[in-house]
Write a protein that binds this ligand. Structure first.
Ligand code: AVI
Length: 321
């Protein structure tokens, strides 16, 4: 391979964090499992498939914004930054910025090690001039920066509205950590899904090909694979709906019948219709999100939306505190 090789840093959570959190979540009432556990290798592939679905407008709308605004964004940031992507997945959207932005280095962070490494190697082959520092980390727990070129401005890129998967109180705490990592001269470029007609939201999370259902059910398949679970996938159903009061899509796995499921040495009872709550995806108005960002120590500089007003991208400066 020509160009600089990919550097790899492994801050992966202890291998039993999945096991411990799943057992705790299935023992609690109501039952729940954190959405970060969707992203094993299979889950990451399914999520990429979701992003190309006709109903999942989020990816298209954000891509439109980043394409149209790449020059403006690059002028705000300036050349030679350290570009840190949180939850980088396949590193697709960053490609829309790299040529215009000319960062000194790119530091993708993701929880899914194999997916991260494959994506980082592909990107490095395509952009041989770019230093790539792939960091495997659960960024919702800690934000360690393994590398920063001397004097480079730190810019965090957090696309896809993954911020919507945090609870509002956790959102402020998380953004505060991001602001601290960036320090006073840094900035955050973040994609945030907007509130809209519930029908559009419903279709996006209940696609006609059933890919989102497979993505949700893969969590049970993962428990079977990694924890000697005995879930029968046909006994559970994907359910997703918009909770207007909370301003969020909720995803659940609903038990078709009363049953007991063995996971390793433990047994979990399910009533008929009982659910495991697997994800919240919050939607925010422009001002609503900027208020949260201010509370976390950011100063809103610019916000853009796509031509249909479905999605927003915010550019926020980290304030010194
Ligand atoms: C990653 N995250 C922003 C997606 C979302 O829309 O909340 C995950 C997803 N869940 C169902 N479809 C996509």
């Amino acid at each position: 391979m020509s160009g600089p090789a990919v550097r790899f840093y492994d801050y992966f959570p202890p291998s039993d964090s999945f096991r411990l959190e799943v057992l705790e979540g299935l023992s609690s009432s109501p039952k729940r499992i954190a959405p970060k556990f969707f992203y094993d290798t299979r889950g990451s592939q399914l999520f990429e498939a979701i992003c190309s679905l006709p109903e999942y407008y989020l990816t298209r709308a954000e891509t439109e914004i980043l394409t149209v605004r790449a020059r403006e964004i690059s002028d705000l940031i300036g050349p030679g930054c350290l570009l840190i992507e949180l939850g980088s997945g396949g590193s697709h959207k960053v490609r829309l910025l790299l040529e215009a932005l000319q960062p000194a280095a790119y530091l993708p962070m993701d929880i899914s090690r194999d997916h991260l490494l494959r994506a980082a190697r592909r990107l490095s082959a395509e952009y041989p001039w770019l230093e790539v520092h792939a960091t495997c980390i659960d960024y919702s727990r800690k934000l360690d920066l393994p590398y920063c070129p001397n004097g480079a401005r730190k810019i965090a890129f957090f696309p896809g509205s993954s911020i919507g998967n945090f609870e509002p109180e956790d959102t402020v705490a998380f953004l505060r950590n991001v602001a601290q990592m960036l320090q006073a001269n840094g900035a955050l470029l973040i994609g945030v899904d907007l509130k809209k007609d519930a029908k559009i939201l419903h279709a996006a999370y209940n696609d006609s090909r059933g890919v989102t259902a497979q993505f949700n059910l893969n969590l049970l398949a993962r428990i079977n694979r990694e924890m000697e679970g005995r879930f029968i996938l046909d006994d559970f159903e994907h359910s997703a709906f918009y909770n207007e009061t909370q301003g969020r899509i909720e995803m659940h796995l609903t038990s078709h019948r009363q049953q007991t499921v063995q996971v390793g040495a433990q047994r979990f009872g399910f009533a008929r219709g009982e659910t495991v709550h697997t994800e919240n995806s919050y939607k925010y108005g422009l001002d609503e999100f900027q208020d949260l960002a201010r509370r976390a120590g950011f100063r809103p500089v610019r916000a853009w939306s796509d031509s249909q007003g479905l999605f927003s991208v915010h550019y926020l400066n980290a304030e010194s505190r």
